[in-house]
Design a protein around this ligand. Structure first.
Ligand code: ADP
Ligand code: MG
Length: 307
């Protein structure tokens, strides 16, 4: 997946990422800012800007999202898969009542109307831990955490099979962050929904997800069960950088991860991580390896794995 930029330039934002989610499974996608996580999320529902060029296949329940006709794609968004963005609560319309905004995807997709839609809105509000009377409130009458709950209610409205949550709690304070995460975990378990949850904070993801995928400089460098320990030096460094859920000190000054990720237009030769890698070998500056077996149900893209 590449972004075209001015004067013929290209940004290879995502390179050869292959990932699958089973029904009811929660997969976490981690990586520092700029590693390509949001580009993956947006590509899944073809929400990337027109400058983006996507190759490969994005199979949703046996259908390739990339070749869907526009009408089909619109039906699929929300009703089969929906997305919750970082700071999405700022996207609520300030002059419309919460209930009307939650009802909108129901009406657009003709899932319910009239009193049935009202009843569904009340049910959704309760599912996200808000009282039904909140349907009559305006966004400014709610806290940031409550507004993010409203966004989750909207994402659930059409009973999707897949929810993509891109940094859903990053903009919230710590207590609220924990509450919203607990809510998401509970909802996907209760409804058998698949979840792709994106964060730069591995401890947040480990709490919610069955499997964790780690991206670096546009590539998947590790994939494995969230209960196991990491094998790729980048995943290890990232895990050490954010040791506890929402710890503000680790958020401000990540430990054990010096330097910055590379500019995707000027990737180093060999393994993209080698200039920052504490255990790099000579070979790492020339050879970039694919994901390889790294223990039970785990793969990692590092020459040192399986040594
Ligand atoms: P993440 O969500 O992990 O922070 P992104 O997917 O947002 O990463 O970005 C991946 C890379 O693509 C970054 O280098 C970013 O600067 C670049 N990028 C993102 N959006 C665009 C765009 N619209 N045009 C050009 N480059 C972009
Ligand atoms: Mg992002």
């Amino acid at each position: 997946m590449t972004y075209r930029i001015g004067s013929g330039g290209e940004v290879p934002a995502v390179r050869g990422v292959s990932l699958s989610l089973a029904a009811g499974e929660a997969v976490g996608l981690a990586g520092e800012s700029g590693s390509g996580k949001s580009s993956v999320a947006l590509a899944l529902l073809r929400l990337l800007p027109r400058t983006a060029v996507v190759g490969g296949q994005i199979m949703l329940d046996g259908e390739d999202v990339l070749t869907m006709k526009w009408g089909r794609l619109r039906a699929v968004r929300w009703s089969s898969a929906s997305i919750v963005f970082q700071g999405a609560q700022h996207g609520l319309n300030p002059v419309r009542r919460i209930g009307d905004q939650i009802a909108e995807p129901l009406l657009v997709h003709r899932m319910a109307s009239g009193t049935a839609a009202d009843a569904r809105v009340r049910e959704l509000l309760e599912q996200v831990g808000l009282p039904a009377w909140r349907a009559r409130s305006y966004p400014h009458e709610l806290s940031g955490g409550q507004r993010q709950r409203v966004m989750i209610a909207m994402a659930l409205a059409c009973a999707p099979q897949l929810i993509i949550a891109d940094e859903p709690t990053t903009a919230l304070d710590l207590m609220v962050q924990a509450q919203v995460l607990t809510l998401i975990r509970q909802l996907i378990a209760d409804h058998g929904i698949s979840l792709l949850m994106i964060s730069h904070d591995l401890s947040v993801l480990a709490d919610v997800c069955d499997r964790l995928a780690v991206m670096y400089a546009g590539r998947l460098v590790e994939l494995g069960p969230s209960s196991g320990s990491f094998e790729h030096p980048y995943s290890k460094a990232l895990a050490a950088a954010f040791p506890t859920v929402g710890d503000p000190s680790s958020r401000l000054a990540p430990r054990g991860l010096a330097g910055d990720p590379p500019d995707p237009q000027k990737l180093p030769d060999g393994c993209s991580f080698h200039p920052r890698c504490p255990v790099a070998l000579d070979i790492c500056s020339t050879v970039d390896v694919d994901l390889r077996p790294a223990g039970a149900d785990r793969t990692a893209a590092c020459v040192r794995v399986g040594e």
